[in-house]
Design a protein around this ligand. Sequence first.
Ligand code: SF4
Ligand code: SF4
Length: 115
Amino acid sequence: MIACNRRFGEAGVAKSSIHVRSAGGIERGFIVLVCRACIDPPCMKVCPTNALSKRIGGGVILNSSKCVGCKLCVNACTIGAIFWDEENEKPVICVHCGYCVDYCPYNVIRMEEIS
Ligand code: SF4
Ligand code: SF4
């Protein structure tokens, strides 16, 4: 989360597009929430201003200048992988740069091609 936020030159985790939360109790461990690069992204389909476009290889690319901050994409993502930038009132969506992978000391996350 901290590595992702660093892409924006920010401290903390407010603009991270990857989050970790409890799966419900210590024994059940944790869940990594991050975009799974849908080939047919539901988040893109609900955007009323076409601010989201398909990314080659899966997922979406955000054009912030077209975004009106309606949050429809946040609710449309089936796995809850779109987060919210409260400061700019825009969604925070993974750009699949792979930066976080290099910083995970336990090799929990990796990049792979979607077939
Ligand atoms: S918050 Fe922005 S990107 Fe998301 S659906 Fe609304 S206009 Fe589109
Ligand atoms: S943000 Fe969610 S709905 Fe959109 S491409 Fe990623 S996983 Fe799919």
